[in-house]
Write a protein that binds this ligand. Structure first.
Ligand code: GLV
Length: 345
């Protein structure tokens, strides 16, 4: 059976099989890493509709989704009742290329008995590594150092210039000691020395807490006591804007705050206010509201804030493994097989 693809536009490719049979359609909303892309293009029992150039605009998503049996989406696509209505009754499975699923209306999927696949576990190491990187970068004023070199402000070595702080003896507070929170704590623990502490709150993985020697505390206590706060929880109604001005006000003055989870867990206008008032030590953000952040955004004016563009899982190894899992989820769903990585709805 031969494949051919029809170049509908610069952005779109449709892979059809040369056959009299009708194959289930899968909409893939982005170009994946090469190995993953091959995996889905080589599936002989589907018709692939591939939006290949950048993030799919909402109107194109709504135009391409009617009649599909599977959707392989990214965190950038809102999968809500409108998309599901337009997709229609053929839709069997939604597979997201992410561990987070705040962009997907799970209630609507449940109501319609549509299966849902996601990619937990496989991105834990990459995301924890990046969280630890942001903590260290914030502590050692990495952004200011790089800017100083690039702007010609690097004069002679000085005993008092760009002094950061080190993690020895510090208390690290993990908000959300789940997979990523625990893996982050494991990475940071060796920096703390014998007198450092790990405290945590919410979504606790008890076994991980025991292995880490971490202490569970109330949120109010964590924000007061921690020298370093890592936001590793998922975004939901309880965690949305959990970090607001009242929270920033009671944090330690030199606190290091890192968010690699979701932007809206922080009330960003309040963060800007707290930074303007000098309430926080140093901030590292892999996630913001919105994404992407405008280059003129006020948040980027603070030299003690490092913002990177949602890179938590962005290694070739992890994005390939994630992508392959997301492809296996969507293929299993359209084939009527159990998903390798489902979320029970
Ligand atoms: O943010 C990334 C993810 O949810 O995988």
């Amino acid at each position: 059976m031969l494949n051919f693809f029809k170049n509908q536009s610069v952005n779109l490719r449709i892979f059809r099989r040369v056959s009299t049979m009708v194959f289930p359609k899968i909409l893939l909303t982005r170009t994946m890493p090469p190995e993953t892309q091959k995996l889905i293009e080589n599936a002989q029992d589907i018709e692939l509709i591939h939006w290949k150039d950048g993030s799919i605009p909402r109107d194109q998503l709504l135009k391409l989704v009617p009649g599909v049996s599977g959707i392989l989406c990214m965190i950038t696509e809102k999968i809500d009742s409108e998309v599901l209505d337009v997709a229609g009754p053929n839709l069997k499975v939604v597979s997201t290329n992410s561990v987070g699923y705040d962009h997907v209306d799970l209630n609507e999927l449940r109501k319609r008995k549509i299966l849902f696949g996601y990619t937990p576990n496989v991105l834990t190491d990459a995301t924890a590594e990046l969280t630890a990187l942001l903590v260290l970068a914030a502590a050692r004023r990495m952004r200011e150092g790089i800017c100083a070199v690039e702007n010609g402000e690097w004069k002679k070595w000085s005993p008092v210039w760009l002094l950061g702080t080190q993690l020895t003896n510090k208390t690290v507070g993990i908000v959300g000691l789940g997979r990523i929170g625990a893996a982050t704590a494991h990475r940071l623990k060796p920096f703390l020395g014998a007198n450092g502490k790990i405290i945590y709150t919410a979504n606790s993985d008890k076994q991980a807490a025991t292995e880490l020697g971490a202490t569970r505390v109330k949120f109010d206590m964590l924000i007061r006591e921690a020298d370093v706060i890592c936001i590793c929880c998922s975004l939901n109604n309880q965690t949305r804007e959990m970090f607001d001005y009242d929270v920033f006000k009671v944090m330690k003055k030199n606190v290091i705050l890192v968010n690699t989870a979701r932007g809206p867990i922080i009330q960003q206008d309040d963060l800007i206010r707290a930074l303007s008032e000098g309430l926080l030590g140093s901030v590292g953000l892999d996630v913001t509201t919105p994404e992407p952040l405008d280059p003129d955004h006020p948040l980027l004016k603070f030299s003690n804030v490092t913002v990177i563009p949602h890179l938590g899982s962005a290694t070739l190894e992890t994005r390939t493994t994630m992508g392959n899992l997301a492809v296996e989820n969507v293929l299993a769903g359209v084939r009527g097989q159990p998903l390798p990585s489902p979320l029970e709805l």
